[in-house]
Design a protein around this ligand. Structure first.
Ligand SMILES: NC(=O)c1ccc[n+]([C@@H]2O[C@H](COP(=O)([O-])OP(=O)(O)OC[C@H]3O[C@@H](n4cnc5c(N)ncnc54)[C@H](O)[C@@H]3O)[C@@H](O)[C@H]2O)c1
Length: 310
């Protein structure tokens, strides 16, 4: 049986938590009206994977504009060189490396080059990603593994290279491009969705773990949840056929996404939704009856037609 001391402790915890929750609501409201100042990135070294792609290149441009030295990684040399050239033309200190992020050896070798040629990475953006749009049983195990390697497993190799220095310096910022598919599902993308749910999960786990380290490192964590952005990951692989008038404007401009993402990073936001209104979907799913939620998804989703099948 609980002692009087235990009961008083529980009541104390509850009252403290209620007061803290009230403060947190007030703080969120205040931050909605007066957003935190954008931090300058002068002196930061930002490494962005998938830098040559639609979202990655826009993140690079925005981080460079905010003062960061930008290190661009992509396995597509032509698109990586293009963004490095564009950054340099904008007066940004930029470095490009051709890396297949699924190769542990390449990640180790190129990370060593970055450390000696550029310096310590203080802002790591794990952004490279691929999608595979297939019916589950039409997808080979190799295709499944490839999506998991690029979207999830390589994050671990890359963080093992750069997180130790951040912990030693007690400062840094880890960013992962997740997806709204890390919160909710759609058809024909099983490995993509599995990888993005996992990214959402490991980022939360790492953030929580690092906050408990006795050395109290000031390391920020940011997860990015875009919905449909007009880049190759969608346009090369799947056709979204409008079922309702509002589906016509469903594809968002990558430049808009890059600005929302970079501003969120510069405000040390833990979660960045693109567009920000998507956050409301999480609340709806939590509080709607399950049947009503699936019905809403039927209405909200355009028709998804994969362009190729193995
Ligand atoms: N476009 C969207 O609607 C959308 C929505 C949610 C999340 N995302 C996420 O945003 C991120 C960026 O995607 P995007 O929309 O810019 O697509 P994209 O295809 O334009 O860019 C992806 C980039 O990753 C690079 N890449 C792929 N495999 C690689 C590898 N093995 N090694 C190194 N680089 C590799 C590609 O060359 C490409 O430049 C991905 O993680 C994606 O899942 C995109």
């Amino acid at each position: 049986m609980a002692s009087i001391g235990d009961i008083l402790l529980m009541i104390g915890d509850l009252l403290y938590w209620l007061a803290y929750t009230f403060y947190a609501y007030l703080d969120s409201l205040y931050r909605l009206i007066v957003p935190p100042a954008l931090k300058s990135l002068h002196g930061d070294i930002a490494l962005v994977t998938g830098a040559g792609g639609g979202i990655g290149s826009q993140i690079c441009l925005q981080l460079g504009k905010a003062g960061a030295t930008v290190v661009c990684w992509d396995n597509d040399k032509a698109s990586n060189d293009k963004i490095v050239k564009q950054l340099k033309a904008n007066g940004v200190k930029a470095f490009g490396y051709q890396v297949d992020v699924t190769s542990r050896q390449q990640v180790a070798d190129i990370s060593a080059q970055v450390k000696s040629q550029v310096g310590d990475v203080s802002l790591l953006v794990n952004n490279a990603g691929v999608a595979g749009y297939y019916q589950f049983l039409q997808m080979s195990q190799e295709e499944y593994d490839r999506v998991m390697d690029i979207n999830l497993n390589c994050h671990m190799y890359i963080m093992r290279e750069f997180l130790p220095k951040m912990l030693e310096k007690k400062s840094g910022h880890i960013v992962a491009t997740c997806s709204m598919a890390g919160h909710e599902v759609f058809p024909y993308s099983l490995p993509y969705i599995a990888s993005k749910f996992a990214v959402n999960g490991y980022m939360r786990a790492l953030r929580r773990e690092v906050s408990q380290y006795p050395s109290k490192p000031d390391i920020k964590f940011t997860s990015i949840y875009p919905i449909t952005i007009n880049t190759g990951i969608i346009t090369n692989m799947v056709k979204l056929i409008p079922k309702r008038p509002w589906h016509e404007g469903i594809m968002l401009d990558p430049a808009y996404a890059g600005k929302v993402i970079a501003d969120g990073i510069r405000r040390n936001q833990e979660d960045i939704f693109v567009p920000p209104s998507c956050r409301a979907l999480l609340w709806l799913r939590m509080y709607l009856p399950t049947k009503a939620w699936w019905k809403l998804m039927d209405i909200l989703e355009p028709e998804i037609v994969p362009l190729k099948k193995d």
